[in-house]
Design a protein around this ligand. Sequence first.
Ligand code: PLP
Length: 460
Amino acid sequence: MADYLESVEQYPVRSQVKPGDILQQITRQPPEKGEPFSELFEDFKRIILPGMTHWQHPRFFAYFSANSSPPSILAEILTTTLAAQCMLWETSPAANELETRMLEWLRQLIDLPEAFTGSIQDSASSATLCALIAARERATQGQAARTGLHGHPPLTIYTSAEAHSSVEKGARIAGFGADQVRKVTVTGTGAMDPQALTQALNTDREAGLLPACVVASLGATGLGSIDPLREIGAITAEQKVFLHVDAAWAGSALILPEQRVMLGGIEFADSFVFNPHKWLFTNFDCSAFYLKNPDELVNALAIMPAYLESAAGEQMPEYRDWGVPLGRRFRALKLWFVLRSYGAERLQTMIRNHIDWAAALADNVAAHPDFELVSGPTLALIAFQLNPRGLTGPQLDIVNEELLRRINDDGRTYLTKTRAHGRTVIRLAVGQTYTEQRHVHEAWSTVTAIAAELLAPGEL
Ligand code: PLP
């Protein structure tokens, strides 16, 4: 493991295998007899490593990072060694109580109001699903979990056109239905337009529908757009609609006092999620989910068969009823190790560096004659387009798709795309633990070199 982390830079960032390559190398039948570990480990190196995309590579700039760190890895090793199933306080008191304390620490670190109580979920998608369940229960006075949605006006959800797909997935699972999700229009920066939100809420009310939840994004996935929380909160407070805030990626940046302007209006929110497993050096999976009133969710989910009865539930939160699965991993340990090993100051420096390096890169992109900086820097995310003179519209999309394909086939760095203002743009998100500024420069050199080849006469 240590060797891997020391040499990770030598691998192509995105796996270069083709679909089916790995399957072909794994026998169709399971083994009859056990094999020596040395053989297994050789095969791990021979078959598995080339089939991995290296998320801990310092030139990984795709999606959002799922970063990690040595203290987090050590905690994960201990967690998997203890291999506890932490469904109840009684089945792992330390896991339960450390989770409570770590979520308090995180709340203070990101300056979330004291009114919020947290638990750890596997993912922001699960947390958003839980928020939608809590919102559904509030809108139906706690009846939906018992009698279903039959007999209630159709419940609606409002989120921006830039919001993550987990909102719609949660709406499908929680019984709202995908068609009941209103994708509110966004302004030029990709942020939800509060006027359009009010209009959508009013239109639905007049049509006899029951607005149940608004999901605001702080750092939406495509371009990192930040919804105006204060204005949205004022609307949800006035209209008595549940407000959930998805800060899956950007939430980690709230440990920086200078980034907390985006949290203005958080007092209006009912729930909030962010992923330490994205940008807070804590291994996947670890999502911090906060609720102002956990009872709304717990009342919807709590079921008490005799085999789960436990006296401690009276005194301690039984987190099994704060989410979908009964069984729970000991995820708080890695947070404890990370937060104590680095301390707030070091974490702040690391995230501030990422943001500064993205800003410096944005200047380089903007200064390049063949590139256009389309968006950002938003925190540590920028989006750009190869935009040489003489090409327009669909041609540009084709060129940028091809540029991205060549960059990722090349292997020195890994980037992903999104659509912005109807165009294909390339995203670059800084956030990997081992990234230094030189890696950002190297990635940009790779991009410009491959772009120059692409623009050479006869290539297009
Ligand atoms: N919300 C936002 C803004 C995201 O960017 C993502 C993933 O990138 C998610 C939610 C989903 O996160 P998870 O994989 O933890 O479900």
